[in-house]
Ligand binder design. Structure first.
Ligand SMILES: Cc1cc2nc3c(=O)[nH]c(=O)nc-3n(C[C@H](O)[C@H](O)[C@H](O)COP(=O)(O)OP(=O)(O)OC[C@H]3O[C@@H](n4cnc5c(N)ncnc54)[C@H](O)[C@@H]3O)c2cc1C
Length: 489
């Protein structure tokens, strides 16, 4: 029987899924496939796997309602396709591209196999605004600066209508299939518990969250997005990572909101938000053009930096027990929600690198293991930025003071109070740096330093200077003018 395959990957949705749409429109019965490769770089993503489990359940439920089955198979994609081919060759295979090197290599092997068997392969860029090969400088090289990329994206990207799931015939296959439970994705008790407390995976929840974000938060987003305590960000990263919603749908909902809303700054707010969505896409773009970004620094000189190995410091950071409340709040939110606010991720990451001098790849691994939105591209790109790889974003000639960052980004300590309850009775003035509080103030607030809350594990004013000195000495990166935010408090 002639049939076609739509291969689900990071596009676990029915709406605005161009590959799925065209597979259904082909006129042939459609087999819907999900392959699970235990060697993929996400295999240690404990939180990621829990979300994947729930996202697959939700997809399966939507498909059941349309009388489609989801063929779930385990193994490398080539092995899986060989097996499927042994049951009967499809006319074509449709899928949306992924941009990490492991998947791209595996896709290449599948391509060869399909080609050898005269099977057409239709590839789409369904999870991004634009194909990363279609957005290049005039000389053909890729953009290495986000703003230049963003301007080009604005010029080149034409609005695209959202496609729906068209009527199609399911392929009545008889290939042995696994259940979602057989993938054993719920191995982490911790993340299994916390998932249901905070999140709901799946296409319907994703679009609901998009609409709620526009309705309640979008107008505050440009001003408040740097304040973790306001909780105004969209929390869409997990939905986007698993492709439960597309960037185009987010843009479309934004345009609808602009039309409906009476906010005079609605267009500006949507633009600001879409620019952040484009940062996600830029990290995929960078990974696509620089696959080595996942494992080695963008700037070669940084290979010479003498990173420290200090398990005690690393554990304190992981547990949110460094004695710097804003850093600890970030890490405790991460370990409670499997997600943490963007600014808090930055503050915690820079503390690990510049204050504890622990290798960015250790932080990268920890985030990958414990984020529901763990994403090879966004994670690697952001850790690279934090580790002085791009001077425009985080200048390598300045070190961020956690105390100043705290005062700046959590002025009323709303965020600290939420995640560090043992400090909640301290006056705001001292909450950013409890070690500076007089004894009687600490006593009144019920805080005993080193007992109820740790003393700082390092002295930022000393170590950050050392780190910058080392950075300049060992990596030969030139010291430029000192940034507006000074080193010490
Ligand atoms: C060290 C570090 C590691 C990170 N690791 C990841 C990761 O593994 N997965 C991940 O999705 N994001 C990662 N980010 C980016 C960012 O922190 C999250 O995307 C954001 O916090 C998600 O919350 P939100 O959906 O409420 O974001 P919002 O502020 O509402 O932003 C909307 C969307 O824009 C995108 N976005 C915003 N900022 C960034 C950014 N800096 N980089 C990439 N995309 C961005 C995300 O898709 C996000 O959902 C990391 C950031 C840092 C500093």
């Amino acid at each position: 029987m002639s049939y076609v395959i739509h291969w689900f990957r990071q596009d676990l949705r029915l709406k605005d899924n161009p590959a799925l749409h065209d597979a259904c429109k082909s006129g042939y019965p459609v087999l819907l496939l999900y392959t699970h490769d235990e060697n993929s770089p996400y295999k240690n993503g404990d939180a990621h796997n829990v979300w994947l489990h729930h996202s697959l359940l939700s997809l399966k439920e939507s498909l059941d309602a349309k009388n489609f089955k989801l063929l779930i198979m385990k193994g490398s994609s080539t092995e899986v396709f060989k097996k499927i081919l042994s049951y009967g060759k499809p006319q074509s295979v449709y899928y949306n591209e992924c941009y990490d090197s492991y998947t791209r290599d595996a896709d290449q092997r599948v391509s060869y196999l399909l080609e050898e068997n005269n099977i057409h392969c239709h590839r789409y860029h369904g999870n991004v605004f634009i194909d990363p090969d279609h957005i290049l400088e005039d000389n053909g090289s890729y953009y290495t600066d986000f703003l230049a990329y963003w301007n080009a994206l604005n010029k080149q990207c034409n609005p695209k209508p959202i496609c729906s799931f068209p009527k199609a015939k399911p392929h009545p296959y008889s290939i042995p299939c696994l259940d979602i439970e057989d993938l054993a994705l719920l191995t982490s008790y911790h993340w299994k518990e916390y998932f249901s407390k905070y999140w709901k995976a799946g296409e319907a929840s994703a679009i609901k969250r998009v609409r709620e974000f526009y309705k309640y938060n979008a107008k505050h987003y440009p001003k408040d997005k740097v304040y973790p305590g306001t909780d105004c960000s969209s929390k869409l990263s997990c939905h986007l990572h698993f492709g439960e919603v597309s960037p185009w749908q987010i843009l479309e909902e934004g345009n609808k909101w602009i039309e409906k809303s009476k906010e005079k700054n609605a267009s500006k707010a949507v633009e600001c938000f879409i620019k952040d969505i484009a940062t996600r896409e830029y990290s995929q773009y960078m990974l696509y053009h620089r696959p080595e970004m996942e494992t080695s620094p963008i700037r070669d000189e940084l290979n010479n930096f003498p990173w420290a190995e200090n398990q005690h410091y690393f554990n304190a950071w992981k547990q949110g027990m460094t004695g710097y409340p804003i850093v600890d709040a970030a890490m405790r939110q991460l370990m409670s929600m499997g997600w943490c606010h963007s600014r808090a991720r930055i503050i915690a990451a820079t503390f690990l690198l510049q204050d504890l001098k622990i290798h960015w790849q250790e932080g990268q691994k920890w985030y990958l293991k414990n984020l529901f939105d763990a994403d090879i591209a966004s994670n690697a790109y952001n850790w690279q930025l934090m580790a002085w790889n791009e001077s425009t974003t985080l200048p390598y000639y300045c070190a961020f003071s956690p105390e100043k960052e705290s005062k700046h980004h959590d002025p009323k300590c709303e965020y600290i109070k939420r995640w560090i309850p043992e400090l909640k009775n301290l006056p705001v003035k001292y909450m950013h740096a409890p070690w500076k509080a007089p004894k009687e103030v600490l006593k009144k607030a019920g805080v005993i330093l080193d007992q109820t809350y740790p003393l700082p594990i390092i002295d930022h004013n000393v170590v950050a200077k050392e780190t910058l000195k080392l950075l300049h000495q060992k990596t030969q990166i030139k010291k430029e003018s000192v940034n507006a935010r000074e080193l010490a408090d």
